[in-house]
Write a protein that binds this ligand. Structure first.
Ligand SMILES: NC(=O)C1=CN([C@@H]2O[C@H](COP(=O)(O)OP(=O)(O)OC[C@H]3O[C@@H](n4cnc5c(N)ncnc54)[C@H](O)[C@@H]3O)[C@@H](O)[C@H]2O)C=CC1
Ligand SMILES: O=C(CO)COP(=O)(O)O
Length: 378
């Protein structure tokens, strides 16, 4: 086995804001690739556990972290001399965190990389957009990382791949050179929108998979939802400016498979609890880690309505979350309950020529069925 690399004098200095399961795992990825890593943790006791015991027992039980990782609750110390800064807090707190840290992040030329997979509930904005708004920085400095990256598997050094996307090829390359090691391979692209939306949307499909799993449905139902879910994801992302091929890649299909299949996924777990009959509030109480999908459903449906994209699976997830649909009813409505046979459309380019009209008709039909309420729009 190749020996683990220790940081050299010339090692890239990196900082990670957020010491939950993904932030800490990413710290390990960077350190095992030879970078110097300082993590910022909100709670001093967690910072101390990471720095001294080289453990994060709440989020990564049983994992030994590299000896070189340091952590601190002092943001100035965490960011001192950083050449790359990674952000891994819940999507709903990012704006508030950036406001606090703005003076330390806005200036400088170092890349800022979002590791997050949610949209802001109130605005529907992607995390890179929130970063750009709050820091007012050059978008070329911003990158996002996404892919089939279940934290605990990677912390156990099981091989995986990810995509680093930035509008600047140079930024994406620099980050990918640092965020890689013998068990983690980073590819690059310049499709920030597709890469980010892939990570957000697969969470919603994973909630749907969890729901039908909780109900007790089997593999046919799940495969149908995954396959149709990918079409929904692609339609939505492309309508919002993504490249379709990004959704066929690691940040789309790759992450969809991993998240829908794994009991490690928090979104999948949240869905399973819903399928077992727990109400939304009970599920939120039972989750002690971030399940981004729960907060992203409403803003994504709002954006879908604005872009005239039909998302029947995501709409049904919303109806289950709101208590307006029995989880057992989710499967028969997979794509439509319109009686007219439809083409199995797998390519978003086939969506033109009547597709928008059909979707508008379908939406009107759904609204009628839901007593005039739309599933999105709030
Ligand atoms: N865990 C995973 O396998 C992966 C997670 N992600 C994404 O990474 C992001 C972070 O998720 P995780 O680390 O998994 O979540 P987590 O729930 O494990 O950790 C979240 C961290 O944020 C901190 N936090 C909570 N509220 C905060 C606030 N107001 N200000 C600052 N920090 C706060 C928590 O104390 C915790 O350290 C999410 O967007 C998630 O979708 C992406 C890929 C893999
Ligand atoms: O994004 C992930 C895997 O790529 C993690 O998924 P969950 O947030 O559902 O655990």
């Amino acid at each position: 086995m190749t020996p683990k690399r220790m940081p050299a004098e010339s090692a890239t200095r990196t900082a990670i804001i957020g010491a939950g399961s993904w932030g800490t795992t990413f710290g390990k990825i960077l350190a095992d690739g030879g970078a110097q890593v300082t993590m910022w943790a909100r709670r001093p006791e967690l910072a101390q556990e990471i720095s001294e015991a080289k453990r994060n027992s709440k989020y990564l039980p049983g994992i030994n972290l590299p000896r070189s990782i340091a952590a601190t609750p002092d943001i100035e110390r965490a960011l001192e001399g950083a050449q790359q800064v990674y952000l891994s807090v819940p999507s709903q707190t990012l704006r508030e965190n950036l406001r606090t840290f703005r003076p330390l992040l806005a200036e400088g030329e170092f890349p800022i990389i979002s590791l997050m997979k949610g949209v802001e509930r109130a605005s529907g904005l992607r995390m890179s957009q929130v970063i750009e708004q709050e820091l007012g920085c050059d978008p070329q400095r911003i990158a996002v990382a996404s892919g089939p990256n279940l934290a605990l598997e990677i912390a156990r050094e099981q091989p995986t791949a990810a995509v680093i996307a930035s509008r600047s090829q140079e930024t994406a390359d620099a980050v990918a050179r640092t965020a890689r090691n013998r068990y983690f391979r980073s590819f690059v692209n310049t499709d920030v929108i597709g890469t980010e939306f892939g990570g957000v949307l697969k969470n919603l499909i994973a909630v749907a998979i969890g729901i039908v799993d909780g109900v007790g449905y089997g593999e046919n139902t799940k495969a149908s939802i995954i396959t149709r879910g990918l079409v929904e994801m692609t339609d939505f992302a492309v309508a919002n400016g993504a490249r379709p091929e990004t959704l066929q890649g690691l940040a789309g299909l790759g992450d969809l498979i991993a998240t829908c299949q794994s009991p490690l996924s928090r979104n999948n777990t949240a869905g399973r609890l819903l399928g077992q009959g727990y109400g939304f509030q009970d599920v939120v109480k039972q989750m002690n880690q971030t399940a981004e999908g729960l907060a992203s459903v409403a803003p994504i449906l709002q954006l879908a309505h604005e872009a005239d994209v039909y998302m029947p699976i995501v709409e049904q997830v919303k109806m289950v979350l709101d208590g307006r649909m029995d989880p057992r009813d989710i499967a028969p409505h997979l794509t439509t309950d319109d009686d007219t046979p439809q083409e199995e459309r797998t390519n978003h380019e086939q969506a033109d020529g009547g597709g928008a009209l059909r979707r508008a008709f379908q939406r009107a039909l759904d609204q009628l069925r839901n007593g005039g309420r739309s599933a999105g729009g709030h």
